[in-house]
Write a protein that binds this ligand. Structure first.
Ligand code: HEC
Length: 151
């Protein structure tokens, strides 16, 4: 290969790498993502597993972590850190939610988070993951773990 051609190819590859590494920002995390028509109902969704996810038993939070980092696939986009910095998330626009943002956590009920995992968020990389990937019970355990990202 000519040196010049090689230079151009190398430049192209580095531009591509830079584009992939540049993650798009998340949408306003304080604005509800559940469509208005379903919001009231979504807010009230609950589980017999616990009264509120923030005070779920430690064992359940542990199970939720294993699912988040395993078959639930959440970590791919939201990152093991919960900051929305997962490898696959870097290619998405809007970017995945940053779960360490306590203002976001306060703005949502457990039911809204569950609704998101069940139905996905239309037009984004957040697709419906329950019951296809995790059962509803598993989804609730994952939400208990998601709540623990706000320290
Ligand atoms: C393929 C990438 C991807 C995967 C995998 C993924 N998410 Fe998401 N998630 C997103 C994106 C992108 C958004 C932001 C969508 C938006 O802002 O409208 C999001 C948003 C969310 C939100 C915020 C909803 C809100 O009300 O703002 C929650 C909660 C969530 N995801 C939970 C999960 C859980 C739990 C899992 C694993 C079971 C998961 N996600 C897996 C991409 C992903």
């Amino acid at each position: 290969m000519h040196t010049r051609t090689f230079g151009l190819v190398a430049a192209g590859v580095s531009v591509l790498a830079a584009t992939l590494a540049l993650s798009a920002p998340e949408k306003d995390p304080l604005k509800p993502r559940v469509p208005a028509a379903q919001l009231d109902e979504a807010k009230k969704l609950g589980t017999p597993l616990f009264k509120d996810a923030k005070s779920a038993p430690a064992k359940m939070v542990e199970e939720g972590k294993a699912l988040y980092e395993g078959k639930g696939t959440c970590f791919n986009c939201h990152g093991k850190s919960g900051k929305g910095d997962g490898m696959a998330g870097a290619m998405l626009d809007p970017g995945p939610r940053d779960f360490t943002n306590c203002a976001f956590q306060k703005a949502r009920t457990d039911g809204e988070l569950f609704w998101t995992v069940k139905h996905g968020i239309q037009g984004t990389g957040m697709v419906s993951l329950s019951p296809a990937v995790v059962s509803e019970e598993e989804a609730w355990k994952i939400i208990a773990y998601v709540r623990s990202f706000c320290k």
